[in-house]
Design a protein around this ligand. Sequence first.
Ligand SMILES: [Zn+2]
Length: 410
Amino acid sequence: MITAEEKRLLAEVREDELVRLTQELVRIDSVIRPDLGRTESDVVQFLAGWIRRELGVEPLVEEAAPGRQNVVATLDSGRPGPCLMLEGHTDVVSEGNRDAWSHDPFGGELSDGRIFGRGSCDMKAGVAVALLTAGALRRSGVSWKGKIRLGLVCDEEGMMIGIKSFIKAGHADDVTACLVPEPEENNLCISMKGAIRAVVRVHGKMAHGAMPLSGVNPATRLARIILAFERYETRQKERCGRDPLLGLPSVTFTVIQAPPPGNPAQLNVMPGEALAYVDIRTVLAQDHDTVRSELRALLQELAREDAEFRADIEFIEDRPVVGISRDEPIARVSAEAFRDITGREPTWNGVPGATDGTFLSAWKGIPCLVNGPGPRHIPHQVDEYVEVSELVEAARIYALSAVRYLCGEG
Ligand SMILES: [Zn+2]
């Protein structure tokens, strides 16, 4: 049941404003282009200006790395209560081949009820939802408690240095729950898959292709590692089974290089080294320390069978699997808000990848719910879009969830 006061709040969530703001954000190219010195900076400046003007607070613009900034702002009700964080990332992935697009990737064109462009759903629409949720709370004059924290960070599509630096700076210390409007078709995602990223290096001995016996071929040894990891993946799938929200675990070789970059490749030269990157995705039934030690053990096993086998594995990133219960206050109010806004039952789901919420949850124990507008499978593709009706629905769900969570009805 939506109360009269809540109706006043929802009246401040205006479609035209939401569409315009999403379009404006899409039109600011925030692809990271190191060769051109381009980062999220322009969109950061835009957001800081919007927050100053529309929320009447001074945002913090903090560098996570040179030229890479986070925007942090707090809307304070002046009354003690919870602190709800609305999170978003400002970077977008490359548009790829522009000729493959049927809409300008940075045009923010509105056509057939959809806004097109790189980042339209991942996640400039989500950033617009976060901003307007705060804006509607401020303008409507409805009463609420506690604080809203906007955390609009850089580099989610990279190593997530933005959210890591946001947490290290203490901005998450007082946060009691977080909503992450990543494109999930407004499904309520209560868990996120974990990830381990690794580099495998195989050390061989360079030789003439006509005299292979005088060398040690790292390529064939790497092939054995790939097959051993594939068998490991099969065993893990059998052991864990299908997680109802996250699906199956996986071990995927994504980059294979022999010789490694910087060494000229030549058809008649056996390379001295082989290099591979492995993208490991985990589910709740797995423990990351165990996975790491089991993969190391596989290399030791291969070394026992081959005196010339020399390989090592370096783990360069750890993103734990996280999840909350449907009874967590932020999940409960969001489900109730979903029902009241749409008249439908919400779909509970899990995020197949990690998000910035992974670190808020793993490092600070903050309950995170990922539920934003935009089709799940469209991010990173050409002709990325967000449906206007879904965008408006998301903003209404967010405004209602926020006010109910902050009023302690959770
Ligand atoms: Zn995203």
